[in-house]
Design a protein around this ligand. Structure first.
Ligand code: ZN
Length: 257
């Protein structure tokens, strides 16, 4: 007799719980949404980091904390030239445990500023990853500063598939999430070229929703279903890798678990 399959275990690596979401969705409600989506874990970062800490406190089994360098919304385009970011990041790193620093935004030469370089050093000292919303150029610059950097490439940089392929080929410690892009499964079904990329690099890709505005929280459960659907078209081992194992391994590596 055929048995009903358990729903695909899933880790969402791209959740934000920023200040403007706190009133609409207080911490217990936010956790409820993540549980409704059936997530095994969620990588969470927020502006300010207090949002992440609130969720971590009530659901330590579920939340993988990532330190966003922004203290408030609106620092996306200026932080890499703002030296006051460094003492802020440092004091948070000393006070709490994080799997990574990010998600931050940096394009091209943004990755060369003294603030950015210092942040790459701070990640290296702690052997934690950088969650970078960056073009391929900025990612290349980050690896120039630290060839051993662990980089989780947000949205796979919104780059073309062939660029993503070239980057994961070149850098063995580059992982990529496919958050907020749907070319991997444009009509809900897996795109053949992406399927081949996943087959060729089974340990590098992860899924994420990206709740960059409070309204995006309404989409977390639906996004989990969407991910489960296209993942089901892959061989089970590969589906598990992309769905949760790659994320689990990266978290274990950086949190030392
Ligand atoms: Zn994001």
């Amino acid at each position: 007799m055929a048995q009903a399959r358990e729903p695909q275990a899933l880790i969402d690596v791209h959740i934000h719980y920023s200040q403007d979401a706190w009133a609409m969705l207080p911490p217990p409600e936010a956790i409820k949404v993540l549980r409704q989506a059936g997530l095994k874990k969620a990588f969470v970062s927020s502006s300010s980091d207090d949002g992440t800490q609130m969720l971590l406190k009530i659901a330590p089994d579920l939340i993988v904390p990532v330190l966003r360098p922004y203290r408030r919304r609106g620092e996306t385009g200026t932080w890499m030239r703002d030296p006051s970011i460094i003492p802020h990041v440092q004091s948070r790193l000393e006070a709490n445990t994080y799997a990574g620093i990010g998600e931050f935004h940096a394009y091209g030469a943004d990755a060369d500023t003294p603030v950015m370089r210092r942040m790459i050093e701070l990640a290296r000292e702690r052997k934690i990853f950088l969650h970078a919303h960056s073009d391929a150029d900025a990612v290349e610059r980050m690896f120039k500063h630290d060839p051993q950097a662990l980089i989780l490439w947000a949205h796979s940089g919104f780059e073309q598939l062939e660029t993503v392929r070239a980057m994961v080929t070149k850098y063995p410690t580059l992982w990529a999430d496919v958050a907020h892009r749907n070319d991997q499964a444009p009509s809900g079904n897996l795109d053949p070229a992406w399927r081949q990329l996943f087959m060729d690099f089974p340990e590098r890709f992860m899924v994420g929703t990206d709740t960059y505005t409070p309204e995006r929280w309404h989409y977390v459960v639906e996004h989990a279903s969407y991910s489960r659907k296209w993942l089901s078209e892959l061989p089970p081992d590969l589906a598990d890798n992309i769905a949760f194992r790659n994320a689990e391994r990266l978290a274990a590596r950086t949190l030392g678990q």
